[in-house]
Write a protein that binds this ligand. Structure first.
Ligand code: 13P
Length: 250
């Protein structure tokens, strides 16, 4: 039985005062742990604050991207080792906003994934198709290409501590969530594709769903056979909502 994981992606929201309230509420409610694992992925400047407020709790934390390089003259970039210094366990890699707004190709995403693994972090690898791709019936080809680009470079061993998040682009921040059946189909496809190379690993692999997850739809999504929790955007910024989603995963 795979444990469920609910990870918040704060995106570029927050501030010291607001974060304090949110993190303290989470620490108070699930600090000792629940049936599901819980994590928050915060903007870089707030990693120290997050570490301070969540240290000693069962809630993990992480970042939203990282550099593919270990160190060097890369102004503005942040390495895996720097994230590890602040106690990060997770780092999101290949979020659709990074792919579409910052030009991250499948190859860049693969390099970042490898950098995360080498730095001792657990990458949360995001995969997802656009609306046009779904309507053009190429969802599986798109997901396969995104996934294969990473497995070819990182190998199956690279996925030992990794998590995959299926995030259909058309469901992110739109209020339009995939139906549990739509999500389940793609999750099963991802697991089967991984199983072709390593069946045991595919069975253990946590595959999260992301895209307009709310307290109202979380239980139904998390009830599907291959949905092992969620990557939560908007609702992770509201303590009550995020906690309700964590509850739904328990
Ligand atoms: P929303 O939950 O706001 O749709 O965002 C999903 C997401 O992009 C999480 O990474």
């Amino acid at each position: 039985m795979r444990r469920k994981l609910v990870a918040g992606n704060w995106k570029m929201y927050g501030g010291l005062a607001r974060n304090r309230d949110l993190l303290q509420s989470l620490a108070h409610a699930i600090g000792k742990g629940g049936k599901a694992d819980c994590a928050v992925c915060v903007p870089f400047p707030y990693l120290a604050q997050t570490q301070e407020l969540l240290k000693g709790t069962a809630i993990a934390w992480g970042a939203q991207t990282l550099s593919e390089h270990a160190q060097g003259a890369y102004t503005g970039e942040t390495s895996a080792a720097m994230l590890a210094d602040f106690g990060c366990r997770y780092v999101i890699v290949g979020h659709s906003e990074r792919r579409s707004l910052y030009g991250e190709s499948n190859e860049t995403v693969a390099a970042k994934f490898v950098a995360a693994v080498q730095g001792g972090l657990a990458p949360i690898l995001c995969l997802g198709e656009t609306l046009e791709q779904r309507e053009g019936n190429v969802t599986e080809q798109v997901i396969a290409a995104q996934l294969d680009a990473v497995t070819q470079v990182a190998g199956m061993n690279g996925f030992a501590s990794a998590v995959i998040a299926y995030e259909p682009v058309w469901a992110i921040g739109t209020g339009r969530t995939a139906t549990p059946q739509q999500a389940q189909e793609v999750h099963a496809f991802i697991r089967q594709r991984m199983a072709k190379s390593d069946a045991a690993l595919a069975q253990r692999l946590q595959i999260l769903y992301g895209g307009s997850v709310k307290p109202q739809n979380a239980s139904e999504l998390f009830g599907m056979a291959d949905i092992d929790g969620g990557l939560i955007g908007g609702a992770s910024l509201v303590a009550q909502d995020f906690l309700a989603i964590c509850q739904a995963a328990g």
